[in-house]
Design a protein around this ligand. Structure first.
Ligand code: HPA
Length: 250
């Protein structure tokens, strides 16, 4: 029998709630790593069971470096989730990730430091896993998101390299030039350690990246990054909601 897929959305900046979700239950579970960022919101989207977790907490106060990623992913796994779609606001570097563009990254570089990034923590009851990172984002889940976008006639970048920085500050122009040389198409702050932890837990994980600004040094406009973010976030998140509606299993 095929495994029944149960999807969770981890919402980030610009998507602290899932407007299509009819909430039926708040699941306040905790884990051996502590409590997740917020209760899991369980309910239905267009009649399909779904789950939502606010990555930065319900008040959107937890910065990227202080998120308890291990608790978030363990709570989802313990709740029976099989597939995680992570929504991430990013800064764009290459033309496919201009502000308000949406894409599904296929590869990533970790520039973060000091985060609790693995379940292999050396404790007596933990196991040492050298998980493969050949596909940091699950190919079949990425394909489902791309297909949902195409069916809804929403333009989507079907690949991209995500650079993940520590935040919460944005990058300097020199840091962005280095990321550009490294091959990054966009910069976000949360795919590490979210993606590898999902892999350690056997979850399928993909990211819908929403560009909300050009990265530092690339902005040719005069309004500045924060004005650009304000303009792009609503437009990008509207696309995300359309894609998600089509990506839910029938
Ligand atoms: N850099 C890193 N993360 C981001 C950015 C950025 O410019 N914009 C939104 N998230």
């Amino acid at each position: 029998m095929a495994l029944e897929r149960r999807i969770a959305i981890i919402g980030g900046t610009g998507m602290n709630q899932w407007p299509g979700l009819q909430i039926q239950r708040r699941d306040e579970r905790t884990t051996r790593y502590g409590a997740p960022s917020a209760p899991l919101l369980l309910g239905r989207v267009d009649g399909v069971e779904a789950c939502f977790l606010a990555r930065h907490g319900e008040g959107h106060k937890i910065p990227p470096h202080l998120i308890n990623y291990r608790a978030n992913l363990c709570a989802l796994r313990d709740a029976g989730i099989t597939d995680v779609i992570a929504i991430a606001a990013v800064g764009g570097i290459t033309p496919g990730y201009a502000p308000a563009a949406v894409g599904v990254p296929h590869d990533a570089i970790d520039y973060t430091f000091g985060r609790e990034h693995t379940l292999s923590d050396g404790s007596a009851d933990s196991q040492l896993h050298h998980v493969e990172m050949e596909h940091p984002y699950h190919p079949a889940l990425r394909a489902a998101l791309i297909a949902a976008a195409q069916a809804a006639h929403v333009a989507i970048a079907d690949q991209g390299v995500m650079g993940v920085t520590q935040g919460p500050r944005l990058e300097t122009p020199a840091e962005i030039r280095r990321a550009q040389r490294d091959g990054c198409d966009m910069i976000g702050m949360t795919s590490f350690p979210e993606a590898p932890l999902a892999i350690e837990l056997g979850l399928r994980y993909a990211c819908l990246a929403v560009s909300v600004n050009w990265c530092a040094g690339l902005n040719t406009g005069s309004a500045g990054i924060h004005a650009e973010i304000e303009q792009s976030v609503a437009q990008g998140m509207a696309k995300v909601r359309t894609i998600l509606a089509g990506a839910m299993p029938a």
